[in-house]
Design a protein around this ligand. Structure first.
Ligand code: FES
Length: 681
């Protein structure tokens, strides 16, 4: 190129260079390393290479662009416009040739590494750079005088056109190669998987041009619930989401009881493996049907899970995870064929990636939270808590990051709660109790009205009021504490002590009635003493885990708390703090991050570099083992009170009333003869 050649400037990258007149825009973009997409390699078929030329004066770039800076609209573009429509001002980069100085904008949808903006409150942006992409290739026809296999010529074409070197080709695809090539008249579209850690691999083949889409399924495989998002790999859009209960619950509600089941029953681990794999296939089928997608288009799956789920999913007996030193069979990330996990609801050649585990009790789900929330990328000290049956807790800043896992049990997800249910229409999710009258008002999922608003009964007529979900029970117990219905030790007062007939005797303890649906044949929904105890155990485990990490870090306060988890977004920070679920911080320092583990799975699905990143990051995270740490027990006991036996919670007291009531009459046998607790102002 010479200084007389036309100058081309690409925006938004700002990349510029001179090219001989007549050079296609796509060629110039490639030579400059501009991110301009193409599946067909410039044949005018895929329309991925769309660009918008800009005309006029550009003092910033020092050029003036003439109206005829690009060659005229050609037949290929006209045909495409007629059939599919090109937006005004758009050109196909492979067809438009540069004739004189020009400024060319690459719109976001034409960028290969386009940014996927997350809906959640955090500002993290995901760059789409999926491992599996489509390539259109023209394969040389066979020649009797130069004999070679169709596969060898296909590989040569892929290398020549796209620089993709010798992909592995599974036998079933070799068997489909010849008909596809002949049907496509020696032109085929290939889905090629190029992972961050291994050789390229052919995933599928279509005769002629196949437009896509290619899809991927990101799954957060929890002990109680399994949540999946079906995403378009090219732009990260979530096409469908679904959640199912983990069927392994029938073998044990928490992880250790599942490990025991595997230990006590011959073939128990295999039984649980079969159950979870079947559920994953159901989840895949459901999201694929909801999105109206073709199962064949689902070419990638990513799973994040705790270590026990990780082993059971992979068909590895988790027995070693049930006893110290909690050795993982393998802590590295896993890349394998989805079919090896029995995933038959997706493309038969689809690939699976499972994030690395951090340690025996700190799994790929914690790694996913670290990927999504990146506490190590900030100066402030962040405490990230992913609330679930097992809580994943990370504490750190740019100097170091610590992680632990705490066995909270399923109470926060509405299990083991007398009126508990999963978050579904009809479940109470919000509740307020008037501190003067002790009367409750509430909202149920599926209805925006509060229960004391006109029209509530009609609006909930179809769903009914069926129970109370995880976030509902947290609010209920916290509201009971603020209204003086429950004392700091967790005891529910009697009707005489609290002044409300809603405190009903239940055996030797009391229960607070929230809603009585029995006249209409519905349930009586109340919070029992047993429910409060279950919540106290769960929240003590959560707090103790967080506190243990703070000890390890040598600090007493954190700068910010991020509440994540399937229902993390629905927990009110104030109520969480009244319960003492999290250490005391100003309310404004608590944010919700939605399902951070699920977001981490989605990031790993969409971006190859993120897989390398998290594999490096987990090696730098310090694991703290709660199960063998004596201070965990001390913190756990002190955290049993609401909000805490010894920590002052002075920030909380600025915003929430914590009445000094005590309902311990000294000898209540149902209370196990608990000592009167010291409470603070
Ligand atoms: S590169 Fe495919 S249409 Fe231009």
């Amino acid at each position: 190129m010479s200084s007389k050649d036309p100058l081309v400037i690409f925006t938004p990258s700002g990349k510029r260079g001179r090219f001989a007149a007549g050079t296609p825009v796509l060629t110039a973009a490639r030579q400059l390393g501009v991110d301009l997409d193409s599946v067909c390699g410039g044949r005018g078929i895929c329309s991925k290479c769309q660009i918008t030329p800009a005309f006029g004066d550009f003092p910033k770039h020092g050029v003036t662009v003439a109206p005829d800076a690009l060659s005229g609209w050609n037949a290929v573009e006209a045909r495409y416009d007629e059939k599919r429509g090109l937006k005004p001002g758009r050109r196909l980069g492979c067809q438009a040739q540069i004739l004189s100085d020009v400024v060319i904008d690459v719109p976001p949808e034409s960028q290969v590494h386009r940014q996927v903006v997350r809906k959640a409150a955090t500002e993290r942006v995901i760059e789409a750079d999926p491992a599996t992409r489509l390539y259109l290739v023209d394969v040389a026809e066979p020649d009797m005088h130069e004999p070679s296999g169709d596969l060898q010529r296909l590989r040569a074409a892929l290398k020549l056109t796209w620089g993709v070197k010798a992909p592995d080709v599974p036998l079933p695809l070799i068997a489909r190669l010849q008909p596809a090539l002949r049907k496509g008249n020696w032109q085929v579209t290939l889905a090629v998987h190029q992972p961050h850690d291994g050789p390229a691999r052919l995933i599928d083949i279509w005769p002629g041009f196949f437009e896509g889409p290619l899809l991927g399924l990101a799954v957060d495989l929890g002990s109680t619930t399994i949540a999946g998002h079906l995403c378009d790999l090219s732009d990260g859009r979530v096409l469908a989401s679904a959640g199912v209960m983990n069927p392994q619950i029938r073998f044990g509600e928490d992880l250790m009881s599942r490990v025991s089941y595997a230990m006590m029953n011959a073939g128990g681990a295999a039984e649980m493996t079969g159950a979870v794999r079947a559920a994953l296939n159901d989840l895949a089928r459901q999201t694929i049907a909801d999105a109206g997608a073709d199962p064949r288009s689902v070419v990638e799956t990513v799973f994040v899970c705790n270590p026990v789920m990780h082993h059971l999913l992979l068909g590895i007996d988790p027995v070693e995870l049930g006893q110290a030193p909690f050795a993982l069979a393998s802590s590295d990330s896993v890349s394998l064929a989805a079919a090896e996990l029995g995933m038959d609801a997706v493309n038969p050649q689809a690939r699976t990636y499972i994030l690395p585990c951090i340690a025996g009790h700190v799994g790929a789900d914690a790694a996913a939270v670290a990927l999504a929330e990146a506490p190590g990328a900030r100066e402030e000290l962040s405490l990230v808590i992913d609330v679930g049956t097992n809580a994943e807790i990370l504490l750190g800043n740019s100097s170091r990051v610590l992680a632990c896992s705490s066995p909270t049990g399923p109470a926060f997800e509405g299990a083991q709660i007398s009126s508990g249910q999963r978050a579904a229409p009809g479940a109470i999710e919000r509740i307020r109790i008037d501190p003067a009258t002790k009367e409750p008002r509430f909202q149920v999922i599926g209805c925006d009205l509060w229960s004391d608003a006109p029209g509530f009964a009609d609006a909930t007529a179809t769903t009914g009021i069926t129970g109370i979900c995880g976030s509902g029970i947290i609010e209920a117990v916290a509201e009971m504490r603020m209204a003086g219905l429950v004392d700091a030790s967790g005891l529910i007062g009697s009707a005489a002590q609290t002044g409300t007939p809603r405190s009903e005797p239940e055996g030797r303890t009391h229960a607070y009635l929230i809603h009585d649906g029995s006249p209409g044949g519905g349930p009586r929904i109340s919070v029992t003493q047993g429910d409060i105890r279950a919540i106290q155990l769960a929240k003590s485990a959560l707090y103790a885990g967080a506190r243990l990490l703070m000890d390890e870090f040598g600090i007493d306060t954190v700068d910010r708390v991020v509440l994540a988890g399937a229902f993390g977004a629905h927990i009110s920070p104030k109520h969480a703090m009244v319960l003492g679920m999290i250490p005391d911080v100003p309310l404004g320092a608590v944010t919700a991050a939605g399902n951070a583990a699920g977001t981490g799975a989605r990031i790993a699905l969409l971006n190859r570099a993120a897989r390398s990143e998290i594999e490096t990051t987990v090696r730098t995270i310090t694991k703290v083992e709660t199960a063998i740490e004596p201070r965990f027990q001390e913190h756990f006991v002190a955290a049993n009170a609401l909000p805490h036996a010894t920590a002052p919670f002075s920030e909380l007291r600025k915003v929430a009333p914590l009445p000094e009531v005590s309902f311990n009459t000294g000898g209540d046998p149902a209370d196990g003869g608990r000592r009167r607790r010291r409470r603070r102002g």
